[in-house]
Design a protein. Structure first.
Length: 130
C-alpha cells in the first residue's frame, strides 16, 4: 500500500492542508486517481455533513466560499456526479495536476507511485476582469 500526499492549491496562492490517500497499486491512471480522490472526499463529507463541502469541484447548487463550497442545505453529495464534474473540469483546464512536481496532462497517463508521491491539484483562478 502507498500513502499518497494530496495538496490543493490555487494560482492565487491559497493552499489547503495536505491530506493522504491510500493506494494499493504501484501504477494508476490519472483518471483513476482523480476518481478515488473525489470518492474519498465525498464519502468523508457524507459521513458527517457540514455546511461547507471541501472538495476538488463544486457540488451542484453550492456557493463558492473562502473555505470551500457552501451547500444550501446539508445533503448527500453524489460521488458519481462529483467525479464527472472533476473530469470535465480537468479537460477544460479548470485545474492541473502535478505528480512529484511533474505536470500530467492526460487523464489516461499511467502514474508510477511510490511511498513519498506528492500530488498537487492546482486550481486555476480566473484573472479579475478576464
Amino acid at each position: 500500500m502507498f500513502t499518497v500526499t494530496v495538496v490543493d492549491e490555487t494560482t492565487a496562492g491559497t493552499r489547503r492542508e495536505a491530506w493522504h490517500l491510500d493506494i494499493f497499486e504501484e501504477t494508476l491512471t490519472l483518471r483513476e486517481l482523480i476518481r478515488r480522490r473525489v470518492f474519498q472526499e465525498v464519502a468523508e463529507y457524507n459521513a458527517r455533513p457540514r455546511p461547507v463541502f471541501q472538495g476538488l469541484v463544486r457540488p451542484v447548487d453550492a456557493e463558492v466560499t473562502l473555505n470551500g463550497y457552501e451547500l444550501r442545505s446539508k445533503r448527500h453529495v453524489d460521488p458519481e456526479k462529483q467525479v464527472a464534474s472533476a473530469l470535465a473540469a480537468f479537460e477544460r483546464n479548470g485545474f492541473v495536476v502535478l505528480v512529484d512536481d511533474r505536470q500530467v496532462d492526460d487523464l489516461d497517463a499511467t502514474l508510477d507511485l511510490s511511498r513519498d508521491t506528492r500530488v498537487t491539484f492546482l486550481k486555476l483562478v480566473p484573472l479579475a476582469g478576464g
